[in-house]
Design a protein. Structure first.
Length: 109
């Protein structure tokens, strides 16, 4: 139908962006914590967890002494058949990894 095409996409995008900004301002969510600071703190927590995991958890079928701390894989989250994991490297990145063990050991956590 002619005439029912609606406003141009750019106009819709501008209106959406304006509504989002207003919503964030109304709820005090704008620039409270810089994103880089939030990410840096999150990565530091992940790095610190390796030592905590090694000190606290009991891992069946292995001795803690033989597992180098950089070989500990931290699972940040899970979606479908993939984990979001943080591995020790020169880059602080979270990458996806296929859940090859079918999470039989995570069902109780």
């Amino acid at each position: 139908m002619k005439g029912s095409e609606g406003p141009p996409a750019a106009t819709v995008a501008e209106r959406t962006e304006e509504k989002e900004e207003k919503c964030f301002e109304d709820h005090g969510l704008v620039n409270e914590v810089p994103l880089s600071c939030y990410l840096q703190n999150g990565m530091q927590k992940l790095q610190d967890m390796r030592k905590r995991a090694r000190d606290i958890f009991w891992w069946p079928f292995t001795q803690h002494e033989i597992v180098p701390i950089e070989n500990i894989t931290l699972i940040d989250s899970r979606c479908g058949e993939k984990f979001a994991v943080h591995k020790a490297s020169s880059y602080d990145l979270i990458t996806q990894q296929f859940d090859a063990c079918a999470s039989w050991w995570t069902h109780g956590t």
